[in-house]
Structures are given as structure tokens and as C-alpha cells.
Write a new protein. Structure first.
Lengths: 138, 414
């Protein structure tokens, strides 16, 4: 592990060096892309949703190490969640799961939250009859 | 500290202190530590060594020794030049500079602008070049100084300072050049350049950080920036950092001796590095004109990837390079130099600077060339960007910036 980039902890480095859920989904049910190069980062998240639940999530990111780590972690966290749960996804979940981010990199986690919400928006637009009942039993 | 080998491609940020320089400095810590201003011989004998060092740094730039004022760094030299030009000509309130200067110049200009002075920042073209017609047109009767860098720290692009100085002379305006990146890499001669003021920093040429010089042409009206003792003939107060001055002198001597040989060797390495990368990595472009340029610097834009991620992966392999200038790493905005040259935000964000030096070997270049193309390929596989989709133009950048600014203030206050 690098002793120079102590800026990033081991979890962040791990998700940067070995990103999870990298790529696109050919038959995605919802896709969201947020950020711009002028801001430093662009994140694209693709979701596969079945019966109101996120079956698969993939990401592609243009950005620094913590942007890549944040999107990798975000996709890990939302897989298996219902659409309703995912709509409440917060950047704090990402920061917590990564074991913290340097203050100047907090915006990376915010972008991950935005990307997920944009993908969900896209899904809800494409599937106007909301899948709300799915979150009922138990 | 890890034991792994460091491959250093960041010589425009700083250079290692040469062993000969350390050796020259040591006696001034152990034996010759007196104050050169003292009346007694033990202290005063040191003054002669300062003057010998002054003669050596003067020789590097073709100046007379008495035209050299030692300062604490390149930043102080730049600040002093601008300060002096304005304070010594109180009837003049205008400065002409460029959009691509080092922050040591731009921040001071901004400080002055906020206090009622006027500053014209000249633009550059896509290759990083100045329009001399525009420069001439910017000069006014109340222009105190034109400050234009000799070599750009990010791209290595050279400005035609001799021509700028000639225009200034015709118009009776003082001319300063920041030659911090040029010294030791290309010949620098104050008479050939014809400037009135010139800044150098020692740590770019194998002397310690924390010492520089300001050349002040004979008979130029001068107003000190640091006022105190009579050191430096009253031009810069503060007890002399004798060891550093001596080290700077020795480094200047070595730089002059080795200049031709080392710039040829380093230039060939840089060209190989640059040409190989441009050929091996698609969607890669050089930032700035190929010539005239410093022989050691290569600024390359790798489309669709972000430079910090590249730097982190290079760092894992012991390779040191930079994105933009080291001073601005950590800031959220892309390089002001690359923006001024009109690069798209994506391209500016994906730009890396490789600056070679006297310690760079063929093997270092081979090592970099063996690893970098793979790193770019790897990050491009992660990136959502490609030639057909070079940016996300559906995003509300202004809103995001406002949000980010708010976050950062709340962080600063919290
Ligand atoms: C062009 C230029 N000017 C000025 C400086 C500032 O020099 P110093 O670090 O000695 O203050 C630097 C380097 O950092 C530089 O590259």
C-alpha cells in the first residue's frame, strides 16, 4: 500500500485499485450520468431492476481515485435494495462504508448519490407505474 | 519510508540538492557561522564568501555581481519586482502580465488589483504563445511594469522575452521576467534579454529550497520589499542566509558548466518519452507548441482520464510526475495555464507534466514507457468518456459549483 497517499485509507485504495461492478449494462432499466469535466468528475450508473428491486448495478467514472472508489462502493451498497430504499440513499452511506474520505473529496460521495438518484429517475420515467407495492410484505 | 526506487519526473517542481552543493555549504554551519555584518574578523570573513557566491550566480545570467539581490525564493523575487516597480514610480498604477504566469506573480497582481491598481493579463493562443501586438497595445502612459515569464512551468513554452523587453524599452516601461524555470535548462543572459528585472529560484537547479535572486539592472530605481538592515546594499533586509547563498553559487557554477551537455542529453530523453507516448497512446496530445520550449518539459493530455487517478497509479510504481503545477495540486480547478490555452475542461483535467532533470536516466524513461500506456488503458476502461462523448453536457455545472462551495465553507466553519 502506498505510504505517500495517506490521504486515502486502505478501503478507498482497494476500491480504486480493484473497482467493483465496473462497466455498463446492455439492457439497463435505468441509467444516470452526473457531473462534468469542469467539476472534475463524471459518474455514470446503470441499474437492472426486477420486481422493484435492484438486481445489478454498474458504474463508469471519469475522476480522481476517490471518485472511482465512491462509485464502486455505491454500486456495492445499492445492489439488492428496493427502489424505495435506494431513493433514500445518502452520500453518508458511501463515506461510512469507505471508512471516511478526505474533506476535499466529500463531493465524490455526493456525486455517487446523485448518480444513483439520476439512474432511479430514469427508471421511474421509463416505468411510470411505480413499483411501490414491492416493498410491502414482512 | 519505503525503500523502493523513485523515478523522478518532476524536476520543474524541485530538484535534488547536488552533493557538490551540500559540500560547499557545510562549512557555513560548522565553522564559518558568524554574522557577515559583524565588525570582528570571525564574522566579517564570511562576507567575502557571499560576494564570491554573488559573482557565480551573476555569471549564470550574464549580470554584474552588484546587480544581484539575494532573496528567500522565486516567489519573493517576483513579488519584489512588481512591488518595486510600482512603489518607485508612484505616478504609475498599471501592470501588464499574462494569464499563464506562476501564482507567485498572479496572486500578487490580484492583491494589487484589489487595492486599486490595474492589471492587464494578456491571453495566449492554443500553443501557449503571446501576441506581441497585443502586448504593445496594452501599454499605457501609466504602465509601471511588464512582467512576462521566460519559460512556462507547466508546458515549458518559452516567451520571446527579448522582443518584449525591446518593446518596453521603446515605450519607457520597466520589464521583468520570471526566469525561474529557464535557468540551468537554457542559456539565460540578462544583456541579451534586455530586461530590467529577472527572478531566479535556486531549488530548480540543484540548490536548496528557500533561496532565490532578483537581478536589478544597474541604475534601475528600486524600492525594497523587505525593509530592515542594510544587507544586500539596503535592497533586502534580513541577516544573510550565508550557507544557502554559497550553495546557490556552487549550483550556478555547475549549471553553467554542464548546461550545453545536460540540455542536449535531457532533450533527447524528453523527445523519446514524448514521441513514444504520442505514438503509443491514442487520443493523446501535446499541450503547447513543440518549439520554442524548454528541453526538459513535456505536458501531455490523455483524453477521457483524470490526471490525479493517473498520478496515483504511477505513484504505486514509484513514478513521480504532476498534473499542472505542484502548487495547485489539491485545488479543485484545473490548471489556469491549460485553461488559458483553450483546452476543454476534460483535456485540462487529463493533463500530466513530465519534467526531466540531470538525474533522469534512459532506464527511468523505459520504466515510465513500460507502465504508463497500460495505466491509461486501464483508466479509460473505467471512464464513461470517449471520442463520441467527450463530456457530460447535460449537467448543471453552475449549480454543482455553488453546492460544492457551500459544502467547503461549511467544512471550513465546522
Ligand atoms: C515559474 C515559477 N515562478 C516562481 C516559482 C516560485 O519559486 P519558489 O518556489 O522559489 O518561491 C516557481 C516554482 O515554484 C516557478 O515555477
Amino acid at each position: 500500500m502506498s505510504d505517500i497517499y495517506t490521504l486515502y485509507n486502505e478501503t478507498v485504495m482497494d476500491h480504486f485499485m480493484n473497482p467493483r461492478n465496473l462497466g455498463d449494462l446492455a439492457d439497463a432499466d435505468g441509467v444516470g450520468e452526473v457531473g462534468a469535466a469542469a467539476c472534475g468528475d463524471i459518474m455514470k450508473i446503470s441499474l437492472k431492476i426486477k420486481d422493484g428491486r435492484i438486481e445489478d448495478a454498474r458504474f463508469k467514472t471519469f475522476g480522481c481515485g476517490s471518485a472511482i472508489a465512491s462509485s464502486s462502493m455505491a454500486t456495492e451498497l445499492i445492489k439488492g435494495r428496493s427502489v424505495q430504499e435506494a431513493l433514500h440513499f445518502s452520500n453518508q452511506d458511501v463515506i461510512q462504508a469507505l471508512g471516511g474520505l478526505p474533506p476535499v473529496k466529500i463531493h465524490c460521495s455526493v456525486l455517487a448519490e446523485e448518480a444513483i438518484k439520476a439512474a432511479l429517475d430514469d427508471y421511474l420515467k421509463r416505468h411510470p407505474a411505480p413499483a411501490a407495492p414491492a416493498a410491502q410484505p414482512t | 519510508m519505503s525503500e523502493r526506487k523513485i523515478r523522478y519526473f518532476d524536476n520543474n517542481a524541485t530538484t535534488p540538492v547536488a552533493p557538490e552543493v551540500v559540500e560547499a555549504m557545510l562549512p557555513f554551519y560548522t565553522e564559518l557561522w558568524g554574522n557577515p555584518s559583524s565588525a570582528y574578523g570571525f564574522g566579517h570573513q564570511v562576507a567575502g564568501h557571499i560576494e564570491a557566491a554573488r559573482a557565480k550566480v551573476a555569471a549564470l545570467i550574464g549580470a554584474e555581481p552588484r546587480e544581484v539581490v539575494f532573496t528567500s525564493c522565486g516567489t519573493e523575487s517576483n513579488n519584489t519586482a512588481i512591488h518595486s516597480a510600482l512603489m518607485a514610480q508612484p505616478d504609475k498604477r498599471h501592470v501588464v502580465s499574462t494569464m499563464v504566469e506562476h501564482s507567485a506573480n498572479l496572486k500578487y497582481c490580484e492583491f494589487l488589483r484589489q487595492r486599486g491598481f490595474e492589471v492587464t493579463y494578456l491571453p495566449v493562443d492554443g500553443g501557449g504563445a503571446l501576441d506581441l501586438g497585443r502586448l504593445e497595445a496594452a501599454l499605457r502612459p501609466d504602465t509601471a511594469l511588464v512582467s512576462v515569464m521566460l519559460a512556462n512551468n507547466e508546458t515549458g513554452v518559452l516567451f520571446p522575452v527579448a522582443e518584449v523587453a525591446a518593446i518596453c524599452r521603446r515605450k519607457g516601461v520597466l520589464c521583468h521576467t520570471d526566469a525561474v524555470q529557464a535557468a540551468g535548462k537554457i542559456p539565460v543572459d540578462v544583456r541579451q534579454l534586455g530586461v530590467d528585472l529577472l527572478s531566479l529560484s535556486a531549488h530548480k537547479l540543484h540548490a536548496p529550497k528557500g533561496i532565490g535572486l532578483l537581478y536589478v539592472k544597474r541604475r534601475t530605481r528600486f524600492q525594497p520589499y523587505l525593509m530592515g538592515g542594510h544587507q544586500e546594499k539596503g535592497r533586502r533586509g534580513g541577516t544573510e542566509n550565508v550557507a544557502y547563498m554559497v550553495g546557490f553559487g556552487r549550483a550556478a557554477e555547475l549549471a553553467l558548466e554542464r548546461l550545453a551537455e545536460s540540455s542536449r542529453r535531457i532533450g533527447a530523453l524528453r523527445d523519446r518519452l514524448e514521441e513514444t507516448l504520442l505514438a503509443a497512446v491514442p487520443d493523446t496530445v501535446r499541450n503547447g507548441a513543440k518549439e520554442p520550449r524548454l528541453p526538459n518539459t513535456s505536458s501531455l493530455a490523455f483524453d477521457f482520464v483524470e490526471a490525479e487517478a493517473v498520478l496515483m497509479l504511477l505513484d504505486q510504481l514509484g513514478i513521480c510526475a504532476s498534473s499542472g503545477s505542484a502548487c495547485t495540486t489539491g485545488s479543485l480547478d484545473p490548471s489556469h495555464v491549460l485553461q488559458a490555452m483553450g483546452l476543454s475542461p476534460m483535456r485540462a483535467r487529463g493533463s500530466l507534466r513530465f519534467s526531466l532533470g540531470s538525474t533522469t536516466t534512459e532506464e527511468d524513461v523505459d520504466y515510465l514507457l513500460a507502465h504508463l500506456p497500460g495505466i491509461i488503458r486501464r483508466l479509460r476502461a473505467i471512464s464513461p468518456l470517449c471520442a463520441a462523448h467527450p463530456d457530460n453536457d447535460r449537467y448543471d455545472v453552475a449549480a454543482a459549483r455553488a453546492r460544492q462551495a457551500k459544502e467547503l465553507t461549511s467544512l471550513a466553519n465546522g
